[in-house]
Design a protein around this ligand. Structure first.
Ligand code: PMV
Length: 326
């Protein structure tokens, strides 16, 4: 039976990726640096079988068609071609966190899919090749192949070999990411169309491209030195620059909701009045993710949970890379 199961974890960028240098090859225009997170996992089983006339996809028990299936099929087609396997596949995927709401489910989803599909097709893929394969579907997924702190360089137009690399593994630093979940369900604008609209219409896009490499370098130096204030301050600058660029698009690409602003205010208050080392980041969705040391996690989580509009919180720590389960 050509069936394998793989598990991957979500990652949150400390220095953000936003914008593509090559849309067809899905190459990021800026370098990004992320943290892979336990236990925000996606578990995916791929079965290649002669019984199917087309690929099929089940996400959290729901038959999924349309764009999500088309994107999964594209990845499966690459694996079929390389492995010389002429069979369609059934994909069954489960997320342990909200899907498509800016919680990086595409990152763990495509990382798990790349790994499970390659293993099921019998391809002896290295992490580098898996990262390349996942990156072609979702650039952030290239980072979820690896544990801990991971870099994805900017891509040069036409260079399809771009992949992520691990900088420090999950044991490097006792940090914690507390996610304030501010809405359930899918986001209004997917990251791909949000970043394309930013590239083609935002007057701040070039300013974002110019600033992003220095955010990356500063976060990298801060992570290497385990300097939370340095990482956190720059992480916030990277987030706000990315969202400012997106918001200035026409029509505006805005992911913030009232609860987002309330949670940001909580992070600021905890830092100012309680002297906690805690910093915020946001992705293509309304949630706020707060970075702190594990010893402060209870106080940060309590503060966010008591914030009006915050539905619930998730707590995550540096996690492992993708793995084949069976
Ligand atoms: O690769 P995508 O389409 O999941 O884009 C991710 C974009 C952000 O989450 C907003 C930033 C990032 O670097 O993860």
């Amino acid at each position: 039976m050509m069936q394998k199961t793989a598990r991957a974890r979500a990652n949150i960028a400390l220095a953000k990726y936003w914008g593509k240098s090559d849309v067809a090859l899905n190459l990021p225009a800026v370098p990004s640096l992320s943290l892979t997170l336990e236990p925000l996992t996606t578990t995916t089983t791929v079965t290649f079988t002669a019984d199917l006339r087309t690929d099929s996809l089940l996400i959290n028990g729901k038959i999924t068609t349309g764009d999500a299936l088309a994107r999964a099929s594209k990845l499966l087609a690459r694996v079929r071609e390389r492995a010389g396997v002429p069979l369609f596949a059934h994909v069954e995927s489960k997320n342990e966190f909200p899907t498509a709401s800016g919680l990086a489910s595409s990152a763990s989803g495509f990382a798990a899919l790349a790994c499970a599909a390659s293993a099921a097709a019998g391809l002896p893929f290295s992490p580098r090749e898996l990262s390349m394969l996942a990156r072609a579907s979702s650039a952030s997924a290239a980072r979820s192949i690896y544990p801990g702190f991971v870099a994805l360089p900017a891509g040069k137009e036409g260079d399809s070999s771009l992949q992520a690399e691990m900088l420090f593994d999950e044991n490097h630093w006792d940090v914690c990411m507390i996610v304030a979940v501010n809405a359930e369900g899918a986001k209004a604008i997917g990251s791909t169309s949000g970043m394309e609209r930013s590239r083609t219409t935002s007057p701040y896009y070039n300013a974002w491209l110019a600033a992003a490499p220095s955010y990356f370098n500063e976060v990298l130096a801060g992570v290497a030195a385990r300097d939370l204030a340095r990482v956190g301050t720059t992480m916030e600058e990277s987030t706000f620059a990315m969202h400012a660029c997106a918001m200035a698009s026409s029509p505006s690409v805005s992911y913030l909701q009232p609860a987002t602003l309330s949670a940001l205010e909580t992070v600021r208050r905890l830092r100012k009045t309680e002297s906690l080392g805690v910093y915020a980041t946001m992705d293509a969705g309304p949630h706020v993710k707060a970075l702190c040391l594990q010893r402060d996690a209870d106080r940060v989580e309590r503060g966010l949970r008591e914030t009006p509009g915050v539905l619930r919180t998730l707590r995550a720590v540096p996690g492992r890379g993708v793995e084949v389960l069976a």
